[in-house]
Design a binder for this molecule. Structure first.
Ligand SMILES: N[C@@H](CCC(=O)N[C@@H](CS)C(=O)NCC(=O)O)C(=O)O
Length: 270
């Protein structure tokens, strides 16, 4: 699909984002659905939080100056991962659980409570988020399926990589069992009777193993290889075996009902 230039999202620089004193600024790589940025974008969409997009500096050194391209990001946030989130004059947030809590707090009146007030439900939502979004969860293990500089940052070794498909499949089955049980109670959501953070995180991050069609995740010049990797992940036998129609239906329902589709990525659409 093609978008006119007027539809193309604008990105400000990291420096501008850090200097602003109002608004919610989140870093992205144009054209690339870096999954934690995509998930945060969807969380903010459900919460009616307007986002100002900023450019996330890429790993590596600047060819002209020889400087580390992420030096300023490190100076500002003491880390380099994507996305970082600035809101008004508050401290930058770099980890999903803090970003989620912030988005839930600053969301527009009348939008869903993504972290339930009910503690029993909160226990379930945050527990499920931990196995999908947190360390050694779905994305963490997906990232070490193959060797790469990013995978090395996240604990790649031959043994860890060999164990990853079974762990990814285990998470998918856990989610699938919950969807099945929830359906018997008449709920299309993972916890309780309304959308929560886990529906949004799961629907977004499961794209890394269950790639949706381009009407949901458009292809860009910048993301072609990444989407091919995601499609390939879904064909690893242990993972393919765990991916039920129920998983695909829930993903589509949440993304098309609550999130902005096709995903707005910037970059160069194909
Ligand atoms: N810090 C994030 C994780 C986000 C993340 O892992 N981002 C990856 C890309 S998928 C990244 O930017 N890694 C490079 C780095 O850590 O420098 C969180 O725990 O919420």
């Amino acid at each position: 699909m093609t978008r006119s230039d007027s539809d193309a999202p604008q990105f400000i620089s990291l420096e501008e984002a850090a200097a602003m004193t109002t608004g919610t600024r989140v870093t992205f790589i144009p054209g690339v659905p870096a999954m934690y940025s995509e998930a945060l974008k969807n969380i903010c969409h459900v919460k009616g939080v307007p986002l100002i997009r900023a450019l996330h500096p890429l790993m590596g050194v600047d060819k002209e100056t020889g400087e580390d391209r992420q030096a300023r990001l490190y100076e500002l946030t003491r880390q380099t991962s994507l996305p970082t989130m600035f809101h008004d004059e508050e401290r930058p947030r770099n980890v999903w659980i803090e970003q989620l809590a912030l988005a839930d707090r600053i969301g527009a009146p009348g939008t869903p409570k993504l972290i339930p007030d009910d503690f029993e439900q909160r226990l379930e939502v945050m527990g499920l988020c931990a196995v999908v979004v947190g360390e050694d969860g779905l994305v963490w293990n997906m990232r070490i399926l193959n060797d790469s500089p990013l995978a090395r940052k996240y604990g790649y070794s031959e043994e860890a990589s060999a164990a990853a498909p079974a762990k990814v499949a285990e998470v998918i089955r856990l989610i699938d069992r919950r969807l099945e049980a929830q359906a018997t109670r008449g709920s299309p959501y993972l916890v309780g009777g309304a959308i929560t953070a886990i529906d949004v995180y799961w629907a977004t991050l499961s794209m890394t193993v269950a790639l949706p069609s381009p009407d949901i995740m458009p292809v860009t010049k910048q993301n072609q290889r990444m989407l091919a990797f995601f499609a390939n992940n879904g064909e690893i036998p242990e993972i393919a075996d765990a991916l039920s129609q129920r998983i695909r239906d829930h993903q589509r329902y949440i993304l098309t009902t609550y999130c902005e589709t096709p995903a707005v990525l910037g970059g160069d659409p194909i």
